[in-house]
Design a protein around this ligand. Sequence first.
Ligand code: KG4
Ligand code: ZN
Length: 333
Amino acid sequence: MSDACVLGIETSCDETSAAIVRGSETLSNVVSSQVDLHAVYGGVVPEIASRQHLKLIDAVIRQACDQARVQASDLDAIAVTRGPGLPSALLVGVAAARGLAARWKKPLLPIHHMEAHLYSPSLDSQPFVALVVSGGHTMLVRVREFGRHEVLGQTVDDAAGEAFDKAAQLLGLGYPGGPRIEAQARKGNAKAHAFPRPMLDSGDWKFSFSGLKTALRRAVSAAGPLNEKAVADLCASFQTAVTDVLIEKTIRAAKHFGVRRIAISGGVACNGFLRSEFERRCRQEHLEWTFAERQLCTDNAAMIALLAARKLQSGMRPESSWDIEPDWALPAN
Ligand code: KG4
Ligand code: ZN
């Protein structure tokens, strides 16, 4: 099937999202973020997330169709996030997608959320090493060609985005932490604190960020009352420690496997410092790099629909019987 028109639905965490794509073109990508609702609790509260998805999902889907000027008859398929994610949140998207698929008599494609992040930087079929960094996951993946990939390593504790969120909470900056740490870090000195680079030389492709959080906590206690400059310095030093490990291990993996291209995606890939440092290091190492577009980095339904359209093009057929998979590991192909 060429240039399939797909409605995508994503409700795995705290964004209610629907999108329409045609082939590799995004016609609409409506994301209703619940961040403000969860911010007072310092993180995502599953019950609030699912209730809010339920409230918003119909309107978000309608808006995605209206913005794309697409009607049910134009659609070739519906795609929805099957997992991983919060069970009660996933259920809302899957129920909505099942309802529409039955009513409009369209095939329904269950999509792996991390596979959608993985392929969100639009790349042709050449091999690449991917760094997927989000609030729930941090993984290095070797992609031989579209659909043929293997996870090289993941975090053994906190995900990189989670580390940013916890660090921001510790510094009283609020949720989500990534963008707030990044903003503070711009005003700070990254050399002010010598934070560790966890597992940089572990000899495998795994990551660990919980020790860094402990180092930050110690530095905060030692610093006493924090003024603006002290917060900025802590943020800059913390951000540099996280990004150093992410960048160096990704580059080492690419060189180890003799792969010339690196792809970076997931919420943390929005980080401007990570992006510019990756570019600088890739240039030095004569590697090519591709970032997911910023609007495709944090959770969104366009990446779900784009992956489904690509899978349809490469011959994927809908499965007949399946359920949500909250702990779905990225399948190796
Ligand atoms: O991909 P995503 O929207 O959700 C998951 O699938 O987890 O990623 C959200 C994560 C959050 O932890 C957030 O703090 C982080 O991405 N993030 C950032 C930035 N923007 C979002 N981390 C660092 N710098 C940013 N600018
Ligand atoms: Zn995600």
